[in-house]
Ligand binder design. Sequence first.
Ligand code: SF4
Length: 165
Amino acid sequence: MITADDIGGVHIKYLYHCPRQLWLYTRGVRPESLSERVQLGQAIHDTSYPRSHPIDLGAAKLDHLDGHHWVHEVKSSSHPTSADRAQAVHYCYRLDQIGIDVQGAILKYPKVRRTVRILFGQVEADAAATDIRSALQVVTATDSPPRLTQSKCHGCSYFEYCWTE
Ligand code: SF4
């Protein structure tokens, strides 16, 4: 049975993108295009942080934590999203939980040469705890959440799975 400790950054990202995606993911549904996206993300990560190693927090794995306790994440997308932010805040929350005085997160978008800085405080910690509870509600539901409207599914790796009759 999945617990709060099992909820990681990917779960939070999918929660924000689409609850149905989160539900499918936790049931082991992995469309082929997902692996292509993972490979693209890995290639961008390797180019950006050639000498760093991901930090393993159990369910959550983040790209890099610097000496000043800022989380660094590299994104393959072209624009910041609420999912990116929630995922980064989740990593900060997990670090805070294990006693690291985390300052916040720095998200880099190499494609558009943009950097977003997120401070971590009590508001963010509360939001992260709420997100974990929301994710647990979704993944423990008996039935899959409804599809989004098709216009919101553009680019989703589960598109064929959800929309092929
Ligand atoms: S295709 Fe649409 S409904 Fe299906 S998981 Fe993706 S975003 Fe959600």
